[in-house]
Ligand binder design. Structure first.
Ligand code: RTP
Length: 150
């Protein structure tokens, strides 16, 4: 298992519903390291670029509107296998298929209001971190690391 970084974003519904603290808590308590964090209002160009792979899908317009509808909490989290493990913690795209205990399974009902995004591959994470944090992210190593990893 490699140490990776993932781009995790609490979407406007998650911010409006006051779920930022709860979501950060889950990643922190699992042992992952927060490397980047900011609250931003997203412009159309950034939302369209982020979801460019979905531009031909019928829900693309509504998806871009949704992401631009209020501030998002943009984050970079780091740790072993964080990309796949983060997706497991988040749950399935459609909350109806998300198990209880996952973030979407616990806090959302509809696919168009599924409160959180997580990178789906290491390659996507690299692209998304560059897109959302062009200024770079914080470099630090937590002192607790030897208590989380062998
Ligand atoms: P995300 O990129 O947001 O982490 O979601 P994902 O990988 O689980 O799913 P993806 O297929 O990449 O879809 C991106 C987001 O588009 C919205 N969506 N709406 N109305 C629909 O049928 C539909 N399907 C997808 C969701 O917000 C989904 O997270």
């Amino acid at each position: 298992m490699a140490t990776e970084q993932s781009y995790i974003m609490i979407k406007p519904d998650g911010v409006q519903r006051g779920l930022v603290g709860e979501i950060i808590k889950r990643f922190e308590q699992r042992g992952y390291t927060l490397k980047g964090l900011k609250l931003i209002n997203v412009d159309r160009a950034l939302a369209e670029k982020h979801y460019e792979d979905l531009s031909a899908r019928p829900f693309f317009g509504a998806l871009v509107e949704y992401i631009c509808s209020g501030p998002v909490c943009a984050m970079v989290w780091e740790g072993k296998n964080i990309v796949a493990a983060g997706r497991t913690m988040i749950g399935a795209t459609n909350p109806q298929a998300s198990a209880p205990g996952t973030i979407r399974g616990d806090y959302s009902i509809e696919v168009g209001r599924n409160i959180i995004h997580g990178s789906d591959s290491v390659e996507s994470a690299t692209r998304e971190i560059g897109l959302w944090f062009p200024e770079g992210i914080t470099s630090w190593t937590p002192v607790a690391k030897p208590w989380i990893y062998e």
